[in-house]
Ligand binder design. Structure first.
Ligand code: ADP
Length: 678
């Protein structure tokens, strides 16, 4: 076995590989970019070397620099993780030339599967069933179209060099073909420098079922069952499970054997995945083979009880597969949810930011977290926005689903948008619960999976909880200030709401980010039982205790616990129904970040104007949205401070604006101030 290996990757997979290597007593060398100097994978390693600036093309993709580090550090093998250099045949050859072991398949196998068309030709010869289509060398547009016409629409155009869902277009009818072909080619050239296309029959409701295979240098090959990865957004996986629901022993064996045949056809060695589309009738078709460890490998580990990274290390070191087919057993059910920094409400666009708050469920025999970040880390534009993988296991799918639902609630992130709420709605969805799966699942259930953000503003219960948090937080700060003051009994530290000539009342002003709804005012009156809150159309009695991020709430007699993160006026509530966000207009801090002084409607930070909501001459009400800008991939609505008239708008959609610049000129109504002060 190796004594020291280099991990040519970052993030969760680098940490994952190191965990197993350390378990086996192997020392680990990390490489990192300048942006990752303080990353978790660096601190976990026994040695680490900086290999260049943040962009991967100048660091994690530089095979020569990585091999230099391997030689310098005395590492005798390189684990590539997934992505980056993991399917780069040139890098594998360079490793061979330097006498360093590449922990993965031989260059020839990577090359054979590198082109989706060439892979299909090989599989066809090996007798593995294919999706009907054209994958030839002749790329004349007429021929491509002819083959589409012949097989009948819809068809799918795919870049032969493609990956990550790029360079793919569904063509629903003949008349759309030409345009789709040009646009798929443009994307393919941009993404892979190769415009070649294949045409496949587009299956409208297939499942994505893939088989984990493993082979050794001695000629043994096995399949470690299947994974169902049907739940996808933009043709990319978001939730995976093993085994595939409804799989019969017979079909498992057929698909498993076909996958092993595929691996053997290219003299495969190491871990690989053969991806199939499975139709309703139980027919399956080869799509592609990934010649590396997959992101979703943990679900296979949990149902097979095997450590696939350990298998990779054993095989790379020249040992036999730890188990043969007849020794492998499938037990229970596992699910993996990929937690991304992304905005499900904005076409799942990745977001960046600082993980100001990160709490995860306790790991146990049922819950596993593969992550490469800690609280305080940055999710930057340079790398994949995956924050972590949350993996659960239990005896049955039903029990695993409850575990996942609960674990998602306990996975709490603030500082950026994530998909945890979306994942929870997905897992709890009745159609997902009854395993009514196919690759269009998210589109099909759009209405329930994407509830309107404006509903949040009407959700009085959570507004009341957010208000209670603010009241208790203010009370705590006041108590702290009093403790450190020379006059702890000064009435100015009293936050009971006492004011000269006023009733015992406090106002809490909140709003829902990105909502078109005006801000919400909650009037709080302290009573012997807690606070009497007056919200839109409702009164509530709330009381509670705040211990750091844990808020015990008693609301109209019902007690619950919620967790709350607050950073610079951004409140994130983690409730049983999911995450709720509010902006708290802190008194005295109003101009900071979210709101502007009257008359100075300025940009809170550098960003881009995404919409102008009120043109010059428009009469507007207090809090009406005037202009929307986007900064750090978050949208901010600049609102009318009072009732008045928009006199000028200085920017249009798409303009870049600097922090502090005036966006809109506004004239308040003469009587607006008086009304506001009521
Ligand atoms: P990439 O390598 O870019 O990820 P894949 O070939 O693996 O592309 O396909 C990604 C996803 O696109 C699949 O998981 C599946 O959901 C969908 N897909 C691919 N081919 C077809 C097809 N012929 N019919 C229907 N859906 C398909």
């Amino acid at each position: 076995m190796f004594k020291k290996i280099l991990i040519a990757n970052r993030g969760e997979i680098a940490c994952r590989v190191m965990q197993t290597a350390h378990k086996l007593g192997i020392r680990c060398v990390a490489v990192y970019s300048e942006a990752d100097a303080n990353a978790l994978h660096v601190s976990m390693a026994d040695e680490a070397y900086c290999i260049g600036p943040a962009p991967s093309a100048e660091s994690y993709l530089c095979g020569d620099k990585i091999l230099e580090v391997a030689k310098q550090s005395g590492a005798t093998a390189v684990h590539p993780g997934y992505g980056f250099l993991s399917e780069n045949a040139g890098f594998v050859k360079a490793c061979e030339d330097e006498g360093i072991c590449f922990i993965g398949p031989p260059a020839s196998a990577i090359e054979a599967m590198g082109s989706k068309s060439a892979a299909k030709t090989i599989m066809e010869k090996a007798g593995v069933p294919l999706v009907p289509g054209y994958h030839g060398d002749d790329q004349s547009p007429d021929l491509l179209k002819q083959s589409a016409d012949q097989m009948g629409y819809p068809v799918l155009l795919k870049a032969t060099a493609g990956g990550g869902g790029k360079g793919m277009r569904v063509v629903w009818a003949e008349k759309e073909f030409d345009e789709a072909l040009s646009s798929a080619k443009r994307e393919a050239v941009k993404g892979f420098g190769d415009e070649r296309m294949l045409v496949e029959k587009y299956l409208t409701q297939p499942r994505h079922v893939e088989i984990q295979v493993f082979a050794d240098h001695q000629g043994n090959a096995v399949y470690l069952f299947e994974r169902d990865c049907s739940v996808q957004r933009r043709h990319q996986k978001v939730l995976e499970e093993a085994p595939a629901p409804g799989m019969t022993e017979q079909l498992r064996q057929q698909m498993g054997e076909a996958a092993v045949k595929a691996a053997q056809a290219i003299n495969y060695v190491g871990a690989g995945t053969v991806e199939f589309l499975l139709d309703k009738g139980g027919s399956f078709y080869f799509m592609e083979m990934n010649t590396r460890l997959q992101v979703e490998h943990p679900v296979t580990e949990l149902i097979s009880g095997q450590d696939l990274v350990e298998w990779q290390l054993q095989v790379a070191a020249g040992n036999r597969l730890p188990l043969l087919q007849q020794d492998l057993r499938l037990k229970g059910h596992a699910l993996e949810a990929r937690i991304y920094a992304e905005d499900p409400d904005n076409d799942f666009l990745p977001v960046t930011g600082n993980l100001t708050y990160l709490r995860t469920p306790l790991e146990s025999q049922h819950v596993r977290i593969d992550s490469g970040v800690r609280e305080g880390d940055e999710v930057s534009v340079y790398y994949d926005p995956m924050i972590a993988k949350l993996i659960v296991w239990d005896q049955s799918r039903e029990r695993a689903l409850s575990r996942m639902s609960q674990a998602l609630l306990e996975f709490r992130v603030a500082g950026m948008k994530t998909n945890t709420g979306f994942l929870k709605r997905l897992v709890d969805h009745p159609a997902f619960q009854r395993a009514d799966l196919d690759t269009s699942f998210i589109d099909k259930h759009e209405a329930e999976l994407f509830p309107s953000v404006d509903l949040q503003a009407q959700d009085n219960r959570n507004v009341a909880i957010a208000a209670l948090f603010v009241l208790l937080k203010q009370r705590q700060s006041s108590a702290m200030a009093a403790q450190t003051s020379s006059d702890p009994y000064s009435p100015w530290f009293n936050l009971s709401g006492w004011r000269v000539n006023e009733s015992n009342q406090q106002r809490v002003k909140l709003s829902v980010p990105n909502s078109e709804q005006p801000s919400i005012e909650v009037l709080a009156e302290q009573t012997s039982e807690g606070y009497l809150l007056r919200l839109v159309g409702e009164k509530m009695i709330v009381s509670g205790q705040l211990d750091q991020d844990r808020l015990i709430v008693k609301l109209n007699g019902h007690q619950t616990t919620v967790f709350v993160a607050e950073s610079e006026g951004h409140i994130t509530l983690f409730t049983e129904q999911g995450t709720r966000e509010y902006i708290w207009y802190k008194p005295g801090l109003e101009e900071h970040a979210f709101e502007q002084d009257e008359g100075s409607l300025t940009a809170p930070m550098n960003g881009t104007i995404v919409a102008v909501l009120a043109d010059p001459g428009t009469a507007v009400d207090t809090d009406q949205g005037l202009i929307v800008m986007e900064a750090m991939k978050m949208e901010y609505t600049i609102r009318a401070p009072t009732k008045g008239l928009v006199t000028e708008v200085f920017f249009k959609e798409g303009d870049l604006v600097d922090e502090g610049v005036q966006l809109v000129a506004f004239e308040a109504d003469a009587d607006a101030d008086a009304k506001d002060g009521e």
